[in-house]
Design a protein around this ligand. Structure first.
Ligand code: PMP
Length: 283
């Protein structure tokens, strides 16, 4: 994918950037990241993403030389320099040390920002999932690059020609490999509580706000695989897809019994971005 990058004070074409071996993301997956949608120099829901980033940095005591305003300005500057209109911005904060040593004490800040072309499009097409054991650890609330279980589940999904893998710990559905998941049952929305077993998605939060707007009662409580299979609708949310209804899980038809409600909620998520895009494309 073509694109543009900032790395520790310098700008590069994405395919011309090399990262030194001192970057601890390479040896230890010792890095947190964020993925943003960009339009021109503006970042969609910047404050929410930056807050999550800083909360993750604090949880892992990863040093960052910038405060929230400075990092936001640097992201915008990198987007401007990229010349890319609609983009996906990836930001990774790692730390570096001369030698390979497990302890993270006395390590230094290491910052990567990449900007690549990406355009979020509205879609009413239902997506398909496979079910997969959630084999991750207990820090799922921290957005780190320790993504091997997600890579394995996503690869299995792609092999099965599905769009995503929905993860379950025993019988309890947690989230998807790279999205959150919610179900509609009897006009009530259920989604796993935002604890250490899921990533607190920005789009998940938007979905709950959309429920308030549409007067759909919601509950943040775990649900089972069979509750999901029998749900009226299943909604998958993420920054890169907004909200999408699910049509198939493991090849079986699911949902389709509360289409109007499901579609309205997904529409609100996309429209919110579309409005932001409209405001910022003209600048
Ligand atoms: N869960 C996981 C495991 C993710 O990786 C992501 C982000 N791709 C999400 C949920 C969705 O989060 P957001 O809505 O903030 O993109």
């Amino acid at each position: 994918m073509s694109g543009f990058a900032y790395y520790n004070g310098e700008f590069y074409p994405l395919d011309g950037l090399s990262i030194p071996i001192t970057n601890r993301a390479f040896y230890f997956g010792d890095a947190v990241y964020e993925v943003f949608l960009g339009v021109g120099e503006a970042v969609y829901q910047c404050e929410e993403h930056i807050s999550r980033l800083f909360s993750n940095l604090r949880k892992l005591s990863i040093p960052l030389l910038y405060n929230k305003e400075e990092i936001t300005a640097l992201i915008s500057h990198t987007m401007k320099k990229s010349g890319i209109g609609e983009s996906l911005v990836y930001l990774q904060v790692s730390r570096c040390a001369k030698e390979r040593r497990h302890s993270a004490l006395n390590t230094a800040h290491d910052l990567l920002i990449t900007v690549s072309p990406y355009s979020l499009k509205p879609s009413e097409e239902r997506i398909s999932l496979i079910t997969h054991d959630d084999l991750r650890y207990y820090y799922c609330d921290i957005k780190t690059v320790n993504l091997l279980p997600s890579v394995i589940a996503s690869t299995e999904a792609e092999k099965a020609k599905a769009d995503e893998a929905v993860l379950h710990r025993g019988d309890t559905v947690t989230e998807c490999a790279h999205s959150n998941i919610a179900i509609l049952k009897g006009n009530r929305l259920l989604t796993h509580p935002a604890n250490n077993l899921i990533l607190p998605g920005i789009t998940r939060k938007n979905l709950l706000k959309a429920c308030v707007k549409e007067r759909v009662p919601f509950e943040e409580r775990p649900f089972t695989v069979s509750e999901m299979m029998e749900a009226d609708e299943i909604i998958v949310t993420s920054t890169t897809r907004a909200g999408r209804l699910v049509g198939k899980i493991d090849g079986k038809s699911v949902g389709g019994r509360a289409t109007d409600c499901g579609e309205s909620l997904c529409k609100i998520l996309y429209e919110q971005f579309a409005q932001f895009k409209q405001q910022n494309l003209t600048l």
